[in-house]
Design a protein around this ligand. Structure first.
Ligand code: HBI
Ligand code: FE
Length: 263
């Protein structure tokens, strides 16, 4: 067990008391996920969240997400991260690591650079079904993990982590964080004659998935990495604009140069 992680680093970043139990975290902020420790009502809540969100996916989630989610077969209960990570690693070399919640940027980027996706171990409360301030296991697993099975997305997220580790100074890291936000969290992709979500923040949120894909108020703008890196994003509320990439392959090819240059 390495040195105890320093909680204040993360505490400063988030404006609210952090939910997770960081006391047992290792130096890299990973923890043991005890899959037997989840209460029956948490398993039921997972099934409710999974069923409700899955019903919203047709016509709104990209087909890569829908196919990948189905193959994860996680509708019946809270997923065992180690086992799910073994399957994922065979597809794109990614594994899953359990974390207590938000972890400091350095630790987060180091995991991404090494193709380890940090997944929070706790599940939101019954009174947080529609909105959660901090990513929980439903956001992290249901929203992010299926897309990590898509090679172009898997390459992009790993390249993003490596670029962040190389980045010198807060300004560059902030620009990269915006790129992550407008793609991996809130990105849209062209599909047929419409757009579909590939961002985890959309794919795990009932309200914003419908808003981003269907609302006349949702502003869809062409994919523009430089513009994304200059645009502040909203933490609590719908995004002012959603960037639409022509294909998921473009996500990696169009940002590779930007990521290579950002250091
Ligand atoms: N920690 N567990 C966790 N999950 C995140 O998504 C996360 C994080 N720490 C930092 C962070 N995200 C941001 O810096 C990135 O979204 C850019
Ligand atoms: Fe996320």
């Amino acid at each position: 067990m390495g040195a105890r992680p320093r909680l204040p680093e993360i505490q400063d970043k988030s404006k609210h008391a952090l939910r997770g139990d960081y006391g047992r975290a290792r130096a890299d902020y990973t923890v043991f996920q005890d899959v037997t420790a989840y209460a029956d009502e948490e398993q039921l809540r997972w099934r409710q969240l999974h069923a409700r969100q899955s019903a919203l996916l047709p016509g709104r989630a990209c087909r890569e997400f829908v196919d990948s989610l189905a193959s994860l077969d996680c509708a019946r209960g809270i997923p065992a991260l180690a086992r799910q990570g073994e399957r994922l690693s065979r597809l794109t070399g990614w594994r899953l690591v359990a974390v207590p919640g938000l972890i400091p940027d350095d630790a987060f980027f180091a995991h991404l650079a090494a193709r380890r996706f940090p997944v929070t171990v706790w599940l939101r409360r019954a009174d947080e079904l529609d909105y959660i301030v901090e990513p929980d296991i439903f956001h992290d697993f249901f929203g992010h993990v299926p897309m990590l099975a898509v090679p172009a997305v898997a390459e992009f997220v790993a390249a993003f982590g490596q670029a962040c580790l190389r980045a010198r100074g807060e300004a560059v890291r902030q620009r990269l964080a915006r790129l992550y936000w407008y793609t991996i969290e809130f990105g849209l992709v062209r599909e047929g004659d419409g757009v579909r979500a590939y961002g985890a923040g959309l794919l795990s949120s009932p309200a914003e998935l419908r808003h981003a894909v269907e609302s006349p108020q949702a502003l869809h703008v062409p994919f523009d990495p430089m513009r994304m890196m200059e645009s502040e994003f909203r933490i609590d509320g719908f995004q002012a604009r959603y960037y639409v990439v022509d294909s998921l392959e473009e996500l990696f090819t169009q940002t590779r140069r930007v990521l290579a240059a950002a250091c």
